[in-house]
Design a protein around this ligand. Sequence first.
Ligand SMILES: Cc1cc2nc3c(=O)[nH]c(=O)nc-3n(C[C@H](O)[C@H](O)[C@H](O)COP(=O)(O)OP(=O)(O)OC[C@H]3O[C@@H](n4cnc5c(N)ncnc54)[C@H](O)[C@@H]3O)c2cc1C
Length: 385
Amino acid sequence: MTHYQAIVVGGGLTGSAAAIALAKSGLRTLHLAPKGAPDRRTSALMMPSVDYLERAGLLENADSLGHPLTQIRIIDATNRLIRAPETLFDSQEIGLDAFGWNFSNARLLEQFHAVAATLPNLEIRDLGVTQFEQSSSGPQLTLTDGTPLTAPLIVGADGKKSLIREMAGFRARENGFTQAALVCDLELGRPIGGASIEFHYPQGPFTFVPAGGNRANLVWIDDRAVLKDAQAGGSETLLPIFRDKSQRLFGSIALATPAHVFPLSTLSVDRAGADGVVLVGESAHAFPPIGAQGLNLGLRDVADLAAALAAADRSTPDWAVTVSTDYAARRSADLGRTGGMVDTLFRSLLAEMIPVQALRSGGLWALKLAPFLRRQAFAIGMGSR
Ligand SMILES: Cc1cc2nc3c(=O)[nH]c(=O)nc-3n(C[C@H](O)[C@H](O)[C@H](O)COP(=O)(O)OP(=O)(O)OC[C@H]3O[C@@H](n4cnc5c(N)ncnc54)[C@H](O)[C@@H]3O)c2cc1C
């Protein structure tokens, strides 16, 4: 296969989902997916994303790969003057068995690879891209082995530092935070069932996400220097911190995997597609892992890319340009709304200003008490459209 109709750059979860979606829509697709270190993160995917994975043939049965999230418990662990009430959200309130499912990124990727292997019009190469340019015959790529390639439609799924985004001239804004996220798996003395438990500290949340039985995935957001020091101290340093921060609610705590630290930033683009190039996943948007939105948003990118393709007349010479313009229009509102929501939430969690603390605690009281507001919050958090 040499004349590709689409090339997807980047072998993370969004790139793999996008390559499968393009191939399933009938395009001769090349997926450039250089092998990297295994992705140690886990992703809480809300029900609309899980439904999408099932509809798109990317997942047969959530039960076989993930763990259901049935409750979200928020505990204000700050010593602030105005503290928020402890708040429990239950998926039964909105008539669902679960808000979503928690998956290991590495296992989800294995599942995507198994689906990709069944598609004869999808070729996967363990090569990256070093160069992108627009020429009179369309977008051109140069691969890490020097091979030049062209295709009408290019999908940049090459992450936060996207070369495709930079070289294709998309305008992006990125703001780094002094906070980072430490993640690892823990074996707790007591099971947490289906509850995700968030302890909100002044420097950021400390969250246990259910991973089956007594296992939990920890996402701890704090100053990067604090996390790096704790990580360097190994389990002797980490475990006492974990016991304190979880208010000793779960008995013993043991490390089940090594701890990894991820830098945090927000990134947004003016538009997510133009001139036959589209950006999906973190090449188009990134934010701190608050409210579990990143991959959920990335999968909505892929769903809209598939919809833009289905709507296009592929017999016209500039079909790929039409797809990229249509895709940008479809993504605009969701990217703006979700990015703004996560950014506001993150800054309000860290804010030392008393009016902001009052607003946040007032907001949680309102959510605790008012059924209408709770339903609105669920709809926003789950990315319902
Ligand atoms: C601590 C943490 C917890 C999170 N938890 C959640 C959660 O609970 N729920 C949720 O929805 N989201 C969550 N997220 C966000 C989610 O993990 C990301 O949104 C998602 O994994 C991004 O996938 P991606 O494919 O866009 O990018 P990446 O996973 O970064 O993949 C990009 C790929 O592009 C490749 N690449 C880069 N440059 C090139 C090149 N020049 N040529 C070819 N390939 C290239 C890289 O090798 C990489 O494989 C979390 C994030 C963090 C940091």
